[in-house]
Every structure is written in C-alpha cells, then in structure tokens.
Design a protein around this ligand. Structure first.
Ligand code: DSN
Length: 472
C-alpha cells in the first residue's frame, strides 16, 4: 500500500466517524498522538500494520457465522469461509501445525477452547462411549449428572502467577480456577529459572489431566521437549500458551526444544502481542484434537468476528514474509540490550537478564513498589506495567516489579543503541523517585519527569509511527 493510499484511507475513515460522533473521532486521533509520543514498553502490546488495521473496519463485522468453515449455522457465509480458511492456512504454514482454529476472540477464549477440547476428548468422549451413546443429549439423567461432576473434578498443573504464569492457567479469580483443581510449579529461588525436576516431582504427586506451560512475565525460554516428557510420564495432555512469544516462534527465534508446536498436544496464542496482528486468539493442534477444537463456537465462544479473522489472515501473511524473522530477532536483541543497559546501571533484574522479549525489573532495588514505579515512569512518558516478582512481598496489586518488553518499539524501528538510551531514562526516573507514605504514593520532581518525557519524545522523533497518517 502506498503512503498516500494509507493516509487517505485513515483520514477518510475519521471523517466518516466524525460526521456521526466527533468525540469518538477525537478519541481515536488522541490515541494515535499518545502512542506516537510515549515509549511503549508494555510487553504484550505492539503496532499492527495499516493493512491489518484496515482489514478490521468493514462490513464483515455485520455477518453471523457460527460453526466452522463449510459447516455453519447461518446461510451466506462463503466470504467468511474464505477469510477464516486463509487465516487457518497461514497459521498452519507459519507454525508447522496440523490444524489451526482462528476464531477465539482473545487469549482467555483460546484457552477456554483448548480446555474444553481436552475435557471433551479425555473425559466426555470416554463417558459417551461407556454409555454407548453418540452425544450428551442421549445420556440418562444419572449418567449426565455423573459426567458433569467428573468434568468439574479435573486437575491442572501450571506455572504460578508470581513466577510469571497467567491468570487463565487455573487461578481462582479466573474461570479456569473455578473449573479445575489447580496446583502450581514455581521457579528456583536462587536462579529464578524453572526447575524441571521440581515440575516432574509435582506432576508425579498431583497427576494432572493437563500440564500447562507458558507465561506472561517469565524472561527466559522454556524447554518444551522436557515439559512434554513430564506430561507423558503422568499421562497428562500438554498445553502451551504461547501468547507472549508467538512472534518469536513465528520468526524462528525459538526453535527445536523451545518451539512449542512440535512438542505440545495443543497450543494457544493471542494474535496481537509479539505476533503483531489484530486483537484476538488462536488455537493450534494435531489431528486428534482438531474436531473438538472446531467446536469452540458455540461451545464457549460467541459468534466469530469475521472482520478480525480477515485481519488475522493479513497479519499472518505478513508474518510469513522473510522480514518477520529479522523483526523477531531484533525483538530479542533489543530486550537483551535493554536488560544489559539496566543491569549495568544497577537495576535488579529477575533471573539477571532475558532471552525473550521481556525484562522484569525488581524495583525493591530502588526502594519502590511496582505501583509507585509504574506511575513515576508514566509521568515521564514511559508506559510500562507493574507485575509481581517471584514470592512478591507486595502482593499482586502493588507488586514489586515492572515488566517491560520490546515488541512495540522494535516495530517502530528502534535498535540496541536506542535501548541503551531507554535504559538510561528508566534508571534515571526510578533512581530519582522516592517512596511516599503508602505503597501507591511516591515523590518525583515534576521538572525531572518533564525532562525525561521530552527526552523520550526526542528519542522517538527519529522513528515516526504510522508516518503516512497525518490527522491534520
Ligand atoms: N494482558 C496480557 C499481558 O499483558 O500479558 C496477558 O493477559
């Protein structure tokens, strides 16, 4: 797409919106300004391409398409079939998966599809077979009652939240914690790394139906070959949630033992983090679970979003291009440069560094809580999020960590030299901030915050965001 065409497309869209509700057009414009001017270091965010963004804003949004490609509960889905099939084809080719399901609206939805596919395969199907019926409606009341109890009485082993695991991996505030009897594996207190012997021990004791690997705040690689061996040793289904690092898998930075696709029975992801697509989710699996996964809608998902699946197809096509591998490698190079820059200046990092896209700073080294540090950085034009660190003394709300990630700034073109400058800005703010009278209060000289904001925006000026888009 030429720069002129992009500019015209976005400007025209805003004019059309402005004619109906100008405040929405203004908010969209203001969001672009904010994203242009701040150092976006939230590890789960990115900047989707203009083609991906534009694929979402159209009449596909108007179409109902429950079911799957070629097997819908609504008529007239031929064009939805085209984009859903394209998204799945690109995903299969990109990740080397036998089957791909492009409908989940988010990561939690993708995980719910996976959990219920596993439960259907491991619990429901054997019960139907035993009762010699084809489907649940044919069960007697007594058998149905027994099956419901059995479905609700299964075990999951996943990474603990404070070690970097995700809420949807069986934690009580999330539906997964209400569905499963969950136990967690953590990280080694000395190294901060996953101790696979301890995971194996927990699996032997707990005998989970599902072993989950994947994280949202663990700055290291996971050996999925070893995790699969552990799952096999106890008869568990091995599920990987690669939402955070899907872009690194797609870009072949994570290969061999560190690529989850050949090792897991089922893999879930979001499409908008390091993969740089539209907001949404996806499930990959082998042929054994494919039929159950395809029942995701209407099993746990509402009607598919064809406009988002169109955008997934576009973004996955982009990720199949050779330059995406270069992008993925630069994400990790940048994260390592940022980690080294911070550590050199005295920051305390969980595990001492990173080999993926994220860095976790333990801000107790600066005498701050995560909440204080997050706000002080935000005042200074640096957008991050607070995050628990292993065995966090400040709990999940205030926390003791700041999670930073490089997918977005790498998309914008910043490199390792700029990461060192970014480390300097972060260290300057954190070392000049002091704790206030509560875990949320802090003291930072506003003149310093303004100075750093200006330095951040000067740093970004050389890397224009959506350069074609001139909102006037
Ligand atoms: N919200 C995502 C993240 O920030 O990691 C995961 O749910």
């Amino acid at each position: 797409m030429s720069l002129n065409a992009e500019s015209t497309a976005f400007r025209s869209a805003l004019e059309v919106i402005r004619a109906v509700e100008p405040r929405v057009a203004d908010a969209i414009g203001a969001e672009l300004v904010d994203q242009r001017e701040s150092l976006k270091l939230i590890a789960s965010e990115n900047y989707a391409s203009p083609a991906t963004l534009l694929a979402m804003g159209n009449w596909f949004s108007d179409k109902y398409a429950e079911g799957t490609v070629g097997r819908r509960f609504y008529a007239g889905c031929q064009n939805v079939d085209t984009v859903e099939a394209l998204a799945a084809e690109h995903a299969r080719e990109l990740f080397g998966a036998a089957h791909a399901y492009a409908q989940p609206h988010s990561g939690i939805d993708a995980n719910l599809v996976a959990f219920w596919a596993i439960l259907a395969d491991r619990v429901e199907s054997p019960a139907l077979k035993k009762a010699q019926v084809r489907q649940v409606n044919d069960l007697t009341e007594a058998d149905w009652f027994a099956l419901r109890r059995e479905l609700g009485n299964q075990r999951m082993l996943g990474m603990s939240l404070d070690a970097g695991g995700h809420l949807t991996h069986g934690f009580r505030p999330n539906i997964s914690g209400k569905m499963f009897d969950q136990r967690s594996y953590g990280t080694d207190p000395a190294t901060g790394l996953i101790d696979y012997d301890k995971v194996a021990e927990a699996a032997r004791e707990f005998k989970p139906l599902i072993l989950v690997a994947g994280y949202s705040a663990y700055p290291r690689k996971v050996n999925f070959r070893i995790m699969r061996e552990i799952a096999d040793s106890v008869g568990a289904t091995f599920m990987v949630d690669m939402a955070h690092f899907a872009g690194l898998v797609a870009g072949k930075v994570f290969t061999g033992d560190f690529d989850p696709v050949p090792h897991a029975h089922i893999v879930t992801t979001t499409t908008h983090k390091s993969l740089r697509g539209p907001r949404g989710g996806m499930v990959l699996c082998g042929p054994e679970l494919a039929d159950q996964v395809d029942r995701g809608c209407p099993m746990v998902l509402g009607g598919p979003l064809p406009h988002v699946m169109a955008a997934k197809a576009v973004a996955l096509a982009e990720a199949r291009r050779p330059d995406f591998a270069d992008y993925a490698q630069r994400i990790v190079d940048n994260a390592q440069a940022l980690a080294e820059g911070l550590a050199r200046r005295g920051a305390k990092l969980v595990t001492g560094g990173t080999d993926n896209h994220l860095v976790l700073i333990d801000v107790t080294g600066y005498g701050l809580t995560g909440r204080q540090a997050e706000q002080a950085l935000l005042d200074s034009g640096i957008v991050t999020n607070r995050n628990a660190v292993p065995r966090d003394p400040n709990g999940a709300w205030y926390t003791s960590g700041i999670r930073i990630g490089t997918p977005a700034l790498t998309s914008r073109g910043l490199g390792t030299a700029e990461m060192d400058q970014t480390a300097e800005l972060i260290h300057t703010v954190l070392s000049q901030t002091t704790s206030g009278e509560s875990k949320a209060k802090y003291v930072l000289d506003p003149a310093l915050a303004d100075k750093v904001s200006k330095q951040a925006s000067d740093l970004l000026a050389g890397f224009p965001l959506y350069p074609a888009v001139d909102l006037g």
